[in-house]
Ligand binder design. Structure first.
Ligand SMILES: *Cc1c(COP(=O)(O)O)cnc(C)c1O
Length: 439
């Protein structure tokens, strides 16, 4: 509870959590509040709760990309490859390594998350040829599942995909994972924080279970990196991939990263034999020989302009400190849940994210049978209401992403009140039930 003194009577007057002044007090005490100014925020009336899908633009990024275009591309042309472009994949990878508890030389920026999944899954299956089972779960991201289905198809259905169910619709129990892994398991293949409802695994415990039975493990860190502390080396993780355009704020379609633990690098082989993954690309040899170390997981020429947006964005996170970000994220998601319980539950909303913050990432999913139209009304208000940008996830989820570097407690308060008004006044009825192409 936050109290403030009543000047006239020297009494303590309680401010209720639903009042905007309560949120303002929390903002006033927020040590990370200064980081909001590192981002380009042209319109303070837009409440952006979608940083877990596409992070905001850091001011520094715009300056760096302009310089990259005019000086390194415009002036220096192809000479920029030797001057620094050629090192960018490793350099950006090493910076991400600091954020996820990996060592230099264990992380590489390349391709998209889906392509990195393809490369690492096939490499892992080849390292366990005698085993024929891949374990995943029903909360995994569709692209992740499509990739293993495609790989199974490519290998003439020689592998079985074992999908672990959720008992309660909110979490996946570690016991279910434990009983799914056996001596025929080649790979445990999971997303650490679920895109659906932010359910988060105990990565260390699940990794141990996989290793106990001789399986490899691959974690997708797309919804974790930049939001929760990770210790990949300490937890003995084999393989991982992750996105850079969500909490890493590196821009639409920015290339992804992959992690391969040092001792596995020279035993695994990427299935895509491109020249950038070869030992000496500029020897132009006719036969492929893989590079040593993490470089063998490169494919072709990297997208330098997109990749240059990664380092300035990760610097902000390293500067703020991932433990501080996590602490604020927990406070903000807890605040959002408590406001939802008070203001939105009576209107038919249900929180389907875990209530225990130890099992939750940095977004909150609300279920409502009019979720799609309510989202449309949030994004396109009748004047002069604030614009609130959430995510809609089919068929009935409103996803509210909290990015502690720039989201304020006041924004959370205003957003919940806005949702309440939309439902109470029924203004969402003016929207069609047909989904737009990108939700
Ligand atoms: C966002 C996300 C992806 C995206 O993959 P792309 O190849 O970048 O489109 C994949 N997996 C998970 C778990 C994600 O959250």
């Amino acid at each position: 509870m936050v109290y403030y003194p009543n000047n006239q009577e020297e009494e303590q007057m309680e401010i209720r959590p639903t009042e905007i002044n309560y949120a303002r007090e929390l903002d006033a005490g927020d040590r990370l509040a200064i980081f909001r100014d590192k981002f380009y925020i042209p319109d303070e009336n837009i409440i952006y709760l979608d940083g877990n899908s596409l992070g905001r633009l850091p001011k520094e990024t715009a300056a760096i990309l302009n310089q990259e275009i005019s000086q390194h591309w415009g002036d220096q042309l192809i000479r920029s490859w030797n001057a620094n472009w050629i090192q960018t994949s490793r350099q950006a990878g090493d910076k991400i390594a600091r954020l996820i508890g990996a060592s230099p030389g264990e992380v590489l920026v390349s391709d998209s998350t889906s392509i990195n999944l393809f490369k690492l899954v096939l490499a892992a299956l080849q390292a366990r040829v005698e085993r024929k089972i891949i374990i995943s779960d029903v909360f995994n991201f569709p692209s992740d599942l499509y990739v293993i289905q495609g790989i199974s198809h490519l290998l003439n259905n020689s592998h079985q995909i074992r999908m672990v169910p959720s008992d309660d619709g909110v979490s996946i129990s570690i016991h279910s994972i434990d009983s799914a892994i056996d001596s025929d398991t080649a790979l445990v293949y999971l997303t650490h924080v679920s895109y659906r409802n932010a359910f988060m695994y105990d990565m260390q415990a699940v990794t141990e279970l996989a290793h106990k039975r001789g399986s490899l493990i691959l974690w997708d860190l797309s919804h974790s990196t930049g939001a929760v502390p990770l210790e990949l080396n300490q937890w003995n993780v084999d393989l991982a991939v992750g996105c850079t355009y969500k909490y890493l704020n590196s821009g639409p379609g920015a290339p992804a990263f992959l992690y391969v633990r040092k001792d596995l690098q020279d035993t695994l082989v990427s299935p895509i034999w491109g020249w950038f993954g070869a030992k000496q690309p500029f020897k132009f040899a006719l036969d492929y020989e893989p590079a040593l170390g993490i470089d063998r997981f490169q494919t072709g020429t990297p997208p330098i302009l997109s990749m240059k947006a990664i380092e300035p964005a990760v610097d902000i996170i390293l500067d703020a400190g991932i433990d501080n970000i996590r602490e604020k994220s927990i406070m903000q998601t807890e605040y959002l849940i408590s406001l939802t319980d008070i203001l939105l539950k009576p209107l038919g909303f249900e929180v389907i994210s875990p209530r225990d913050s130890r099992m939750r990432g940095s977004h909150i999913s609300l279920k409502h049978n009019e979720a799609y139209r309510i989202c449309q009304a949030m994004i396109t208000p009748l004047q002069p209401n604030p614009i609130v940008i959430p995510d809609f996830r089919a068929p009935d989820l409103i996803r509210l992403g909290i990015s502690p570097l720039y989201n304020t407690f006041s924004e959370i308060n205003l957003a919940v009140h806005r949702i309440k008004t939309i439902v109470e006044t029924g203004t969402y009825h003016r929207f069609s039930k047909d989904w737009l192409p990108v939700t």
